[in-house]
Design a protein around this ligand. Structure first.
Ligand SMILES: *Cc1c(COP(=O)(O)O)cnc(C)c1O
Length: 385
């Protein structure tokens, strides 16, 4: 539970300065740590004494980022990773074994789908795909060996949602670990652990850095589960660099104020797009026309910074609109202070099969915009078509 307000936690949590009394957190760019004598080394390695040994295990800069994010998510513990993908992979590989089964929502990050289908499946771990918002479809896919429910809500790029509380009731009844990828909303706008989820996944690359500088990931949850994932990470090595962890800890400081402004801009853009003649359909949870609007209003405290839309016409028209922008960056990243635009079918979701893409509802005329911190008038002007 949170004792201070989130904005305060984001800037204050997790740092104790060194004997130098620096105000800004120091960066501990060191691969290992020294001992006063052989006895202390012996005691630290055998865990009779606590202390840093090697950065693949622990490091003060990494610790700062983990503590801050754990507190923001209302989690007992958090472990950082080199990327969002390694956070997902470490979670799956540390908690499951051959013969286990995962139920995942269909609309997840494209690379996660490929990881499940092409890599995780090689270890004889079966994966079934549910319709994110249809609770019954999750329950229908449960088997005796189902160990994990995996989902993103809202999903990217179509912003479907699921009622986390309702799904958590089902996962608890069947002893299934509920894993929520909380990248799109951040803990500022959605706190799934408080709604009954067991683990949170982050790609810190997106809103946590928020300035397009580095990759990073994290998993947050109970001490029990995080210890297992931590053991996997320190043994197999997808640890985060202390430098990246420092960037991300500083990123958290401005994240509350950034996302509030970005989400406000996104809401204005979505309402503007809905009025335009060249638009077929707008996907944004702040629009009453969106299927997930009511659930989103209840379980989120903001509608997100991503606006997706179908343009009237086909892929050629979508390309024309993207090429017509002068300011917005054409890039796959999102959550940046600079607005970005991308054509999902040919880029972020290009490695999916046609069937996987069609099942996910991603059409050739779909465009995704991640709204940044430019003035909203300039963003709108750049999208006029
Ligand atoms: C980007 C992203 C990931 C993967 O994170 P990386 O840091 O790029 O490895 C996972 N899930 C979601 C929802 C993402 O947007």
């Amino acid at each position: 539970m949170i004792d201070k307000k989130i904005e305060t936690i984001a800037v204050r949590e997790g740092y104790k300065n060194s004997s130098e009394k620096e105000h800004s957190p120091a960066i501990f760019l060191t691969s290992s740590f020294v001992f006063d004598n052989a006895e202390q080394a012996d005691n630290t390695f055998s865990k009779k004494e606590s202390g840093n040994i090697y950065t693949r295990f622990t490091n003060p800069s990494i610790d700062l980022f983990q503590k801050r994010l754990a507190k923001l998510e209302g989690a007992q513990d958090c472990i950082a990773t080199s990327t969002g993908m390694s956070a997902i992979f470490a979670t799956i590989m540390s908690l499951l074994k051959t013969g286990d089964h995962i139920v995942s929502s269909r609309s997840i990050f494209g690379t996660t789908t490929i990881m499940f289908n092409d890599i995780v499946s090689k270890f004889n771990i079966d994966i079934s795909f549910a319709d994110l918002s249809d609770i019954n479809s999750w329950e229908a896919l449960i088997r005796n060996n189902t160990k994990i429910f995996f989902l993103e809500t809202p999903s990217n790029p179509l912003l479907e949602v699921v009622d986390i509380k309702k799904l958590a009731k089902i996962s608890k009844k069947h002893n299934i670990i509920l894993v929520v990828d909380n990248v799109i909303l951040t803990p500022i706008m959605q706190r799934p652990l408080e709604l009954g989820a067991d683990l949170i996944i982050h790609s810190a690359t997106k809103y946590i850095d928020g300035q397009g500088r580095c990759l990073g990931g994290a998993v947050a949850g109970s001490n029990d589960l995080i210890e297992k994932i931590d053991n996997f990470i320190r043994t197999t090595g997808p640890s985060i660099s202390p430098f990246n962890a420092w960037i991300l800890a500083k990123g958290l400081e401005t994240m509350p104020i950034r996302v509030k402004e970005q989400f406000k801009n996104a809401n204005i853009l979505a309402h503007w797009l809905e009025q335009q003649n060249f638009i077929e359909k707008v996907y944004y949870l702040g629009l009453k026309s969106n299927l997930g609007h009511e659930i989103a209003k209840n379980q989120q405290s903001g509608f997100g910074g991503i606006v997706s839309f179908e343009i009237k016409g086909d892929k050629k028209d979508a390309f024309n609109l993207i090429n017509n922008t002068k300011m917005i960056s054409i890039t796959a990243n999102f959550g940046d202070t600079r607005s970005t635009i991308i054509h999902p079918t040919t880029t972020t979701h290009g490695r999916l099969t046609d069937k996987e893409r069609i099942d996910s509802g991603i059409k050739d005329n779909l465009i995704r915009v991640s709204v940044g911190l430019e003035n909203i008038d300039d963003i709108i002007a750049d999208l006029k078509f």
